[in-house]
Design a protein around this ligand. Structure first.
Ligand SMILES: Nc1nc2c(c(=O)[nH]1)N[C@H]1C(S)=C(S)[C@@H](COP(=O)(O)O)O[C@H]1N2
Ligand SMILES: [Mo]
Length: 350
């Protein structure tokens, strides 16, 4: 499973969550994963404003201070990149950021809810989608474009959708979207457009590259595919014991070992968490903690009796909609939505 130099170059720019940071229910912001398609733009907040226009009765132009003076909300949100798990896919997938399992984090995002702003602007009767455009520009798939994504109007009007100017109680750092980003709880990360400059209400499905070409579950290049939307159920373990430097396998002493981790889904709360110590052949029920919020992960724990020898630990989340994690990665060309169970190699020794 060789990783080409171009993918290594992306991996060195876009870091993941160090898995031991799964210990924190709210991820310290420096440990939250990062995904930046082009460059982090330099933004002078005093010379920045947000345009809200398109098919609306009253277009708006808002400064950062005007946005901050509006009603404020803080929501804990688990954000996951749709490409999480990509590098674990077998087969000839498209080149991109080679995530293993670590493209996730949970932060407390503070901002002003989008719905009242859209209501003030007054979408026209034929409004269908809302397009969010960032300041960052680059070339992907041979097409030069500003990073932009759309949401159906009804999704954009959900009360949990925020225009965020702070995270974990501090102004947004440059890498997470300063001065303003969209946060769409429950959806994969690509939806939450950073470095926002405009919001446009439109009547037709948005045809931008990041919307119409990227982020589709395709069997092959000819397949039209299905667009990626909400997060599939997934869970991860806080790595037990101590690591081997290179392989990251874990060493654990024999006896009782409290396994803990986090579980989330963008399609309804996680209602069940199972643990396996034999690579997924047999499973036991773990205990779930109260969720941090409707759109944030849930802690879990399980007391494992560690017997001397080699083991493969796995965890598996099932959500309220009955969706569960597969044992094998689901194939698609772009390597998206791989929510296969995590496998952690453990050596138990005295
Ligand atoms: N403007 C802009 N917004 C963006 C991106 C980007 O490259 N440019 N990357 C997206 C992707 S693919 C993900 S997974 C999330 C990552 O958010 P984070 O870096 O704050 O964790 O931001 C999304 N928003
Ligand atoms: Mo992403």
């Amino acid at each position: 499973m060789a990783i080409p130099l171009e993918e290594l170059q992306l991996a060195a720019r876009n870091h993941g969550l160090p898995l031991e940071a799964l210990r924190y229910s709210v991820t310290p912001i420096g440990l939250h994963y990062l995904l930046i398609h082009f460059d982090i733009p330099a933004v002078d907040a005093d010379a920045w404003w947000l345009e809200l226009g398109g098919l609306v009765e009253r277009p708006l132009t808002l400064s950062l201070d005007e946005l901050k003076a509006r009603p404020e909300a803080t929501i804990p949100v688990t954000l996951e990149c749709a490409g999480n798990g990509r590098a674990l896919l077998r087969g000839d997938r498209a080149s991109s950021q080679p995530w293993l399992v670590e493209a996730v984090g949970t932060a407390e995002w503070t901002g002003t809810p989008l719905a009242p702003l859209l209501a003030e602007a007054g979408p026209a009767p034929d409004a269908a989608e809302v397009v969010f455009t960032g300041i960052d520009r680059g070339v992907q798939g041979d097409v030069e474009h500003d990073y932009a994504r759309s949401l159906p109007l009804a999704e954009a009007l959900r009360e949990e959708v925020l225009l965020a100017y702070a995270v974990n109680g501090r102004p947004l750092p440059p890498q997470h979207g300063f001065p303003l980003r969209l946060v769409v709880p429950g959806w994969y990360g690509m939806t939450s457009v950073k470095w926002l400059r405009s919001i446009e209400v439109v009547a037709e499905p948005f045809a931008g590259w990041q919307q119409a070409v990227a982020y589709h579950l395709r069997a092959d290049a000819e397949d039209e595919g299905r667009p990626v939307t909400r997060m599939e159920p997934r869970s991860l373990l806080v790595p037990p014991g101590i690591p081997d430097f290179l392989s990251r396998a874990r060493f654990v002493p024999p006896g009782p070992c409290l396994l803990t981790g986090r579980a989330w889904s963008g399609r309804g709360p996680v209602e069940r968490l199972e643990v396996s110590a034999d690579g997924g052949r047999s499973w036991a029920e773990a205990e779930l903690e109260e969720p941090l919020g409707e759109f944030a992960w849930r802690g879990w724990s399980y007391e494992w009796q560690a017997e001397p020898g080699e083991h493969e630990l796995c965890c598996r989340a099932t959500d309220a909609a009955g969706r569960t994690q597969p044992l094998e990665p689901p194939w698609n060309l772009e390597g998206l939505c791989n929510n296969a169970v995590q496998r952690v190699q453990v050596v138990v020794r005295g």
